[in-house]
Design a protein around this ligand. Structure first.
Ligand code: RFL
Length: 386
């Protein structure tokens, strides 16, 4: 074969896997349909959890990848403007997460892989896997000149996100899919506004809002919106007004908004996560809501399980079951978290009842050490036995 693993997609999943394999001398080629500038500029997630940090450290990538990322300390939960602080790393037994914006993580992973002599081909068009159930798989693509190329390999790692080609290349009927619409509208803006002192989640009768640091002078805000509303039509002044109400902070300065996006609060899982020589990794196999910040961390954890199985040569039969166990654990966590903070701003009679439940759930985190520890454990990221 031309290489051991063809990796489709150079996001967090694909570039983590590529670096793990490279560090253990397993050959791979990465095919990415976009150009480098695009891939390195895509802003999304911002936190690598403690477990992901351990994984990078195991491959000597802690410094090159996670360096400089401030350690997360307290989490602020503000209820109707009243702040309370939760020491999540301490509650998790001293396991802090780290602030590393996704585009910085991807930039660093690409840099480390190329510095190590890695083979990464950008602008690869029409990437198509073939012979996934044969003795050897093939992947074809076209370069920018339109020239067709073919790579033979032992394994194909489908790291091409939810809309990629990998999952679609598995014959229909071989996968069971599960999807869920959480029925919550979420609007996110990226703004040049000072980072909050602590990651901040605010629950109020005006709805949910959150603010997270994306570097020292940038923040990502999230705002819940009512079904039927279209926040993309909101004037920026309305967004700031809503943020001030929900965060209970009249003096919140209005910065320049540099990005606006409606986030689908949607979950999706495909089972199994492999078929023949194709292994789905990250968003190609599952989508999770941003509540709990697990999307990118799941991608890194999947990449780790696949890399270990290939490096150790112990067979790949357990890959899917191991990854799915963690995926469902995190899906449940994310749903629980979303219910806890989104039911507080609905004034219908059943909404008023759910608001009380939501506040009780939040309150439990501050009253019950076991409840707080369970929450913190999931925030830090869990290891699952195969
Ligand atoms: P990605 O990042 O989508 O990367 C897939 C790569 O594959 C390429 N590709 C192809 N290449 C070749 N041929 C094809 N046919 C291809 N099709 C696609 C794409 O160009 C791309 O480079 O998937 P990956 O690597 O699995 O990583 C997953 C994460 O990106 C995702 O889970 C997170 O961004 C989700 N997410 C968050 N996760 C967190 O852990 N914490 C967060 O706070 C968080 N916030 C977020 C988020 C996602 C968001 N959006 C918009 C989806 C906030 C937002 C707004």
């Amino acid at each position: 074969a031309d290489t051991t693993v063809v990796i489709i997609g150079a996001g967090p999943a694909g570039m983590s896997l590529a670096n793990f394999l490279q560090r253990r001398g397993v050959s791979c080629v990465v095919l990415e349909m976009r150009d480098r500038e695009y891939v390195e500029g895509r802003q999304r997630a911002g936190v690598i959890d403690h477990r992901a940090g351990e994984i990078f450290a195991e491959f000597g990538l802690d410094g090159p990848v996670a360096a400089g990322g401030p350690v997360e300390t307290l989490l602020e939960i503000r209820t109707d403007g009243v702040p309370r602080l939760l020491d999540v790393p301490a509650l998790a037994g001293g396991r802090p997460s780290r602030l590393v914006p996704q585009q910085m993580l991807v930039q660093r992973l690409i840099g480390a892989f190329l510095d190590g002599g890695g083979d990464l081909r950008f602008a690869a068009a029409d990437v198509t896997p073939h012979d996934l159930d044969g003795d050897r798989a093939r992947v074809t693509y076209r370069d920018t000149d339109g020239t067709e190329h073919e790579l033979t390999c032992e394994y194909v790692a489908g790291c091409d996100g939810f809309h990629g080609v990998s999952r679609r290349s598995i014959p229909e009927g071989e996968l069971s899919t599960y999807s869920f619409d959480h029925g919550i509208g979420w609007y996110t803006v990226l703004a040049d506004s000072p980072a909050p002192r602590y990651p901040l989640m605010a629950v109020s009768r005006y709805g949910f809002a959150a603010q997270f640091a994306r570097g020292p002078y940038a923040s990502r805000f999230y705002l819940q919106y009512q079904p039927g509303d279209d926040p993309r039509q909101w004037p920026d002044e309305h967004t700031w007004e809503q943020l001030r109400l929900r965060l209970g902070d009249e003096s919140l300065p209005a910065g320049t908004i540099t990005g606006r996006e409606v986030v689908e609060m949607r979950s999706f899982v495909a089972e199994p996560m492999s078929w023949g020589r194709m292994f789905l990794v990250g968003d190609a196999a599952h989508i999770i809501t941003p509540m709990g910040a697990k999307g990118m961390n799941l991608a890194i954890a999947d990449a780790y399980v696949l890399a270990r199985a290939i490096i150790d040569g112990e067979g790949l039969t357990g890959y899917s079951a191991t990854c799915l166990r963690r995926t469902w654990d995190y899906q449940e966590f994310s749903r629980w978290y979303a219910e806890m903070v989104h039911d507080a701003g609905d004034d219908s009679p059943s909404g008023a009842f759910r608001r009380k439940l939501a506040l009780a759930r939040l309150d439990r985190l501050f009253r019950s050490p076991p409840a707080a520890a369970a929450f913190a454990d999931l925030m830090a990221g869990t290891e699952v036995a195969p």
